[in-house]
Design a protein around this ligand. Structure first.
Ligand SMILES: [Zn+2]
Ligand SMILES: [Zn+2]
Length: 218
């Protein structure tokens, strides 16, 4: 199964809080054709990331649920999330994420999540995540990472994972930096060097993010 690692490294090159996730691609929404396409029907996806999604189709077959068995459906804005939630329930996923793209969204499920230590080995500990930072404005707080552009001008579109209990201040980047993200489909050694990441405190993050013109995923 494919492993996606999605987080920034700090300026010094050390891993800040890396999450290793096993992902499954539920499907995608095209905003040009206004359609939903199930992952199992999408030939451009490797079968390793859709194997579990086939279970969702099989469930649809046995329960006679057309929404789960039709490869393509007309998509209103919320169908993608609705089907992703159903798929998550059926395969017991631990989380979901919507990848913004130029012509729509790719909906992903995490089937397993683990924090990685600096050697990339999954670890139970979230110590790295909880390392503190001393902010000039707010005093001691938690670390958060955003691209330099969002720091300079937060009044724009923000791209990030969905905030979650384990990651309430997910790494965030702007639409310019998102082009590098899209090129790789994740943050990795290839594209992390192409953008400049700033370390800020969680309260700075929250107050900056309230200025976001649009949040993705919302
Ligand atoms: Zn940026
Ligand atoms: Zn601060």
């Amino acid at each position: 199964m494919r492993t996606a690692s999605k987080s920034f490294r700090s300026d010094t090159g050390s891993v800040a809080a890396k999450v290793l996730a096993q992902i499954q691609a539920v499907g995608s929404t095209s905003t040009t054709s206004n359609t939903w396409l199930w992952g199992w029907a999408n030939e451009s996806l490797p079968t390793s990331v859709t194997a579990r999604i086939c279970e969702v189709r099989d469930f649809g077959n046995s329960e006679a649920l057309a929404k789960l068995t039709e490869p393509k459906l007309p998509d209103q804005e919320y169908l993608g999330w609705e089907l992703t939630a159903i798929a998550a329930q059926i395969i017991g996923a631990k989380g979901a994420y919507r990848c913004p793209g130029e012509r729509g969204f790719l909906y992903l499920l995490y089937t397993d999540l683990a924090f990685a230590n600096s050697s990339g080995v999954p670890s139970e500990s979230t110590t790295a995540e909880r390392e503190g930072i001393n902010c000039e404005t707010h005093g001691s707080g938690q670390k958060a990472f955003i691209c330099q552009h969002l720091l300079l001008d937060p009044r724009q579109e923000w791209f990030s994972d969905l905030p979650s209990p384990t990651k309430p201040w997910p790494d965030a980047w702007c639409s310019e930096c998102n082009k590098f993200y899209q090129a790789q489909g994740e943050w990795n050694d290839e594209n992390e060097d192409q953008i400049e990441i700033k370390l800020i405190c969680n309260r700075c993050y929250e107050s900056l993010r309230t200025n976001a013109t649009r949040d993705k995923p919302s």
